[in-house]
Design a protein around this ligand. Structure first.
Ligand code: FMN
Length: 177
């Protein structure tokens, strides 16, 4: 367990996947903008910035999402969803790192949510079965050259979880495997 007393480190270690939300309290517009600003600040290969974000606040859309995502039932209580998308190509050139860029943006978004006192969970879309990505692309009228990495379900938390602590000993390697 880290002994460093630092607000940014604490924010990383206290971030947990929150799946229960207070459905009656919307996420403030200023918080939505802060979340997207933090997501946009993530590192990006060749600084190509392929990420796009669709903020979903309409109740009926969130309810539809909760029924569409096989592991996204918590969206029925979330008051915000952010669809994290990436340009797979631009001007005829492939953007090979879009998925990694979007994953970095998603993590920034989750950390920002935690720092703002919101709860959030990453819902995988890319590589999921049942044509989920295509269903969502149709739902949000997403252009052909744009893919969906995942969706962050966000809201005012209605559950608490213990922080992360410690290193998984079998995953830590020093100088060689
Ligand atoms: C790529 C990815 C996809 C995920 N998809 C889902 C999902 O569909 N539904 C869900 O409830 N959680 C999902 N999660 C959250 C993980 O279940 C969660 O991060 C893991 O259980 C560890 O818990 P923690 O986030 O509290 O540390 C996903 C996480 C990642 C990184």
């Amino acid at each position: 367990m880290t002994k460093i007393n630092n607000i940014a480190i604490d924010n990383i270690l206290t971030r947990r996947s929150i799946r229960r939300f207070n459905v009656l309290v919307p996420v403030k517009q200023s918080d939505i903008e802060c979340l997207i600003e933090c997501a946009s600040a993530a590192p990006s290969a060749r600084n190509s910035r392929p990420c796009h974000f669709i903020a979903v606040t309409k109740r009926e859309l969130l309810d539809t999402l909760s029924k569409t995502l096989p592991h996204g039932k918590m969206l029925i209580e979330a008051t915000l969803a952010v669809v994290v998308c990436g340009e797979t190509e631009r001007d005829g050139n492939k953007l090979d790192y879009w998925e990694q860029d979007c994953a970095a943006a998603m993590e920034n978004l989750l950390l920002a949510a935690n720092a703002l006192g919101l709860g959030a969970v990453w819902l995988g879309v890319r590589h999921s079965l049942d044509n989920l990505e295509m269903k969502l692309k149709l739902m949000f009228k997403i252009p052909e050259n744009i893919a969906i990495l995942g969706i962050a379900a966000i809201g005012h938390p209605a559950e608490t979880k213990d922080p992360h602590k410690g290193i998984i000993p079998t995953s830590f390697h020093l100088n060689k495997w």
